[in-house]
Design a binder for this molecule. Structure first.
Ligand code: HEM
Length: 78
């Protein structure tokens, strides 16, 4: 699902077939702090893979747009 999600979030070609991120992460106590840890691990991984800085900025920018869905700050109603 992560593979699908990342591919879709970065414009494909694979389509994400998983559940909505807000549903899956709702009620799990995931805070902005946890989200930041996740993003930092992603950053390390992208650097380890030799991705250039501009692409890294693009990717992190895309993933940051999902922060509210993951942390439940969108007012999910069930
Ligand atoms: C920050 C800490 C995070 C924690 C602790 C966490 C935890 C989880 C857990 C426990 C599941 C499985 C839910 C289930 O099967 O019922 C899950 C699924 C998933 N998460 Fe996260 N997550 C985190 C961050 C993220 C982020 C930042 C993304 C993407 C931007 C993400 C994308 C996904 C996807 C695509 C799935 C699969 C959904 C599905 O099975 O339909 N997660 N996560």
């Amino acid at each position: 699902m992560q593979h699908e999600f990342f591919s879709a979030a970065l414009d494909g070609p694979i389509t994400y077939t998983g559940r909505p991120l807000s549903h899956v992460h709702y009620g799990r106590g995931i805070t902005k702090h946890h989200f930041a840890l996740y993003v930092n691990h992603l950053l390390d991984t992208l650097r380890d893979c030799g991705i250039n800085d501009q692409d890294i900025n693009d990717i992190i920018g895309r993933i940051n747009t999902y922060a509210d869905e993951i942390t439940g700050d969108t007012g999910h109603t069930g």
